[in-house]
Design a protein around this ligand. Sequence first.
Ligand code: NAD
Ligand code: UFG
Length: 338
Amino acid sequence: MKVLVTGGAGYIGSHTLLQLLRERHDAMVFDNFSNSSPEALKRVKQLANADFEICEGDIQDACRLNEAFGDFKPEVVIHFAGLKAVGESNEKPIEYYAQNVSGSIELLKAMQRHDCRHIVFSSSATVYGEAEYLPYDEDHPLRPTNPYGRTKYFIEEIIRDWVASWRHASAVLLRYFNPVGADASGRIGEDPNGIPNNLVPYIAQVAVGRLQHLNVFGADYDTRDGTGERDYIHVEDLARAHLAAIQFEPTKSGCEAINIGTGRSTTVLEMVKAFEQASGRAVPYQIEPRRDGDVAHSLAAVGKAERLLGWQAKLDVDDMCRTTWDWQSENPSGYSPD
Ligand code: NAD
Ligand code: UFG
């Protein structure tokens, strides 16, 4: 298929692009490189031994989108582009609404103008908000608790309305749980700017010696060992879910929201232990107060992904730690030259 990948140079986009190319799809990446490096695309090209097109542009720019759609004529869009930091979204909500919501509207307009009928959208488990019950299934009420989460919620609703208004359109809204890990080659991986907000990239930087110790945010939760429990999903499994989603034809409503997780949870301290084992390095930590806005547990119900996409996660926490360590130890400064 001809697949336009917005945000294809980013963490999840680059891993998905690699699988698309390996499966012989034609791809064009549309990215403004605001949170990524062209080096990631160079490496994907080498790993896949296949070429693809690159259009540097912002999804808020209708002219640039028109050029990309006109040149490439995609059959489907995988839409990763957007801003994703929860804390930053509280400080700059309008920037988040502009880039994520307005950008997605421009993208949908361009799709319709160019008769491109299927979209796979990167949503997040954050749309659920505080759990009324666990695991979260796709019918759980949606009550996001921060501007970033609300952009995902609004985009989901906008896509639903777009699909309902255009007989030919269809959409898959993938609600990711906690993506971690890297490609088995160790050549591409997550390369956060500055000090990482998320657990696994932070642990990796402690293990490689860039940071001194991990701050564990809360050890007094009602969980197995008092630290936060999350459903971590390997980025390679996540990428595979996108390949299933581009082929999927939602029949009833034309639009389906689908959780992408493993259905298993890991605490912060369990992750520390697994990472120490995978890396052979110590990960010193200190218990700190809870982080504002954090929940104790998050866990995906995964039955719908299995039923509709025929997809299920294959990789476990040890794979997540091993591949993260391979990437981090071989590229201690990420894509920047050391
Ligand atoms: P990322 O920041 O690594 O990738 C996003 C890419 O989009 C980057 O290459 C960036 O340069 C590009 N981009 C950003 N704004 C753009 C714009 N206005 N126009 C064009 N390109 C733009 O993030 P990621 O971790 O790969 O996440 C991809 C998607 O998945 C995001 O939409 C994110 O919200 C969603 N998501 C991520 C997580 C996670 O934990 N990583 C969890 C749930 C959902
Ligand atoms: N944690 C620490 N120390 C750190 C970082 C995290 O103890 O330095 C803990 C957190 O308190 C939490 C767990 O590790 O218990 C996971 O935290 P992350 O920041 O890695 O992930 P979150 O579940 O908080 O958030 C992630 C994404 C959000 C997304 C959410 C739900 O960052 O964008 O998953 O999908 F919305």
